[in-house]
Write a protein that binds this ligand. Structure first.
Ligand SMILES: [Ca+2]
Length: 187
């Protein structure tokens, strides 16, 4: 993955929060069932965004990611990405740590989101190197009201670099909020 200067500044911004980023609590259980949520910092209730990071395809795209203490589905906070200069249909992606799975595992990837301006986005789960094996994804429309979106996932290869992410790919500026992200195995 080619990291461009704008991304580096974002990583540094997010990294500066990492000291106290471990504070995700059991509060997210209010929107989940008994299945184990594999996502780290799933509800953004600490004051950091770690281990989440934003990747932008084009160096002219400007985004700012931060914790919003005034908007939330669970607890009191969410993650907000403010698109200052749009990607002009180049990709803006919210990622976190990779996962390891064995062939045949079935999971669900879900996220609550809302947007200052109605926009499409895609939930994606794939192998994080060529050939970018696609394990499941879903196009969604994020509106001005909080809504939970789901993507069904099936792991078709043994894979130790499975990524989950949310991709924006349009020419719309404005804020997009995320909260209560879940990635859980179906039994
Ligand atoms: Ca929250």
């Amino acid at each position: 993955m080619k990291i461009k200067p704008i991304l580096l500044s974002i990583l540094l911004l997010l990294g500066s929060f990492s000291v106290s980023a471990e504070s995700s609590s059991a509060a997210v259980q209010s929107t989940s069932n008994q299945k184990e949520n594999l996502v780290e910092n799933y509800d953004f209730e600490g004051w950091g965004a770690h281990p989440w990071y934003v990747w932008v395809e084009d160096s002219n795209t400007m985004v700012r990611a931060s914790i919003d203490q005034n908007e939330s589905v669970t607890g009191n906070q969410s993650l907000v990405i403010e698109v200052i200069t749009s990607g002009a249909r180049n990709r803006i992606e919210l990622h976190q740590q990779h996962f390891s799975f064995t062939k045949g595992q079935k999971l669900t990837f879900s996220v609550w989101a809302k947007s200052e301006n109605v926009r499409t986005a895609k939930l994606i789960v794939n192998h994080r190197q060529p050939p970018w094996e696609d394990y499941g994804g879903k196009w969604v429309t994020i509106t001005k009201d909080w809504q939970e979106f789901f993507a069904s996932v099936e792991i078709t290869e043994n894979d130790d670099i499975v990524g989950i992410y949310i991709e924006l790919k349009d020419d719309i500026n404005g804020k997009v909020w995320f909260d209560a992200v879940r990635f859980y195995e179906e039994y």
